[in-house]
Design a protein around this ligand. Structure first.
Ligand SMILES: Nc1ncnc2c1ncn2[C@@H]1O[C@H](COP(=O)(O)OP(=O)(O)OP(=O)(O)O)[C@@H](O)[C@H]1O
Ligand SMILES: [Mg+2]
Length: 244
């Protein structure tokens, strides 16, 4: 399989394939207990998977491997069919352009406005300037996440919940092929939790493959999807409702 580094549309011909394939993946930070141990995990194109488990069980570690922010200590991490340990820098850049990653610590640029933070994601994905159409897309994405009227606010002055929603807008505005959201509702009230989950589910219906780490059992109960339960470094697949 070949991924043309400059093209985003390669998945159009891609068919229903494994977007994520982890095989024998272990991760440890220091000597001692691995955080992830011999993890096997597959996710098909268009799938939606929760990663659940108690605090410190390795949800962020797993998402960081998928987001190409860190590498496995052992085993193979494949994203879009590419072994991340072996890809060329240009292919890695191409993969990053089609992944919308929402880190647990949201990492906005504090001196940029909300609009600028979200528009920057489009520029980094290869849009040299923000046309009227892209501007409308940014504004529409912000509004869907309850951020109407906040476009010109400086990111550094937002509440934790607002900043988190901007981070989600930043990931979704690119219409990514793969969404990796790490505790996206951790700082939200219930109303915003459901509008945010609605935005993620819609993006998934529109074709994006989604991985959402959460330790909120109510989300998993109300928006039912497959679950990967992390426990003692292992992954237990739960096909329907997960109990954790
Ligand atoms: N960079 C690092 N260096 C050393 N240890 C780390 C590092 N990152 C994570 N860990 C350890 O790995 C374990 C798993 O952490 P991780 O952040 O993946 O858990 P989590 O499931 O996301 O937890 P939470 O629900 O609190 O976000 C923890 O024991 C943590 O201390
Ligand atoms: Mg975490």
């Amino acid at each position: 399989m070949f991924l043309p580094p400059q093209e985003k549309c390669y998945l159009l011909q891609w068919g229903r394939r494994l977007v994520i394939a982890l095989s024998g993946v272990s991760k440890w930070y220091q000597r001692g207990q691995p955080v992830l141990s011999q993890v096997q995990l597959n996710l098909e194109q268009g799938g939606f998977l929760y990663v659940v488990g108690g605090t410190g069980t390795g949800k962020t570690t797993l998402l960081r491997l998928l987001a190409t922010e860190d590498s496995a200590s052992q085993g193979e991490v494949k994203v879009f069919g590419y072994d991340l340990a072996r890809v060329s820098p240009s292919t890695l850049r191409a993969i990053r352009r089609v992944v919308g990653y929402v880190p647990q610590n949201v990492r906005l640029i504090p001196d940029f406005t909300v609009f600028e933070n979200v528009a920057l994601a489009l520029k980094l994905a290869g849009q040299p300037f923000i046309s009227a159409e892209l501007r409308a897309r940014v504004i529409g994405t912000l509004e869907r996440l309850g951020l109407q009227g906040r476009h010109e606010a400086l990111a550094g002055r937002l509440s934790g919940g607002e900043a988190q929603r901007v981070a989600i807008a930043r990931a979704l505005v690119r219409r990514p092929e793969l969404i990796l959201a790490d505790e996206p509702t951790g700082a939200q009230d219930r109303t915003n939790t459901w509008s945010l989950m609605d935005a993620l589910v819609r993006a998934n219906r529109d074709g994006a493959t989604a991985v959402v780490a959460t330790h909120d059992p109510e989300i998993v109960r109300r928006v039912r999807k497959r679950c990967a339960l992390l426990k003692a470094g292992r992954v237990f697949m739960e096909e329907s409702l997960c109990t954790f």
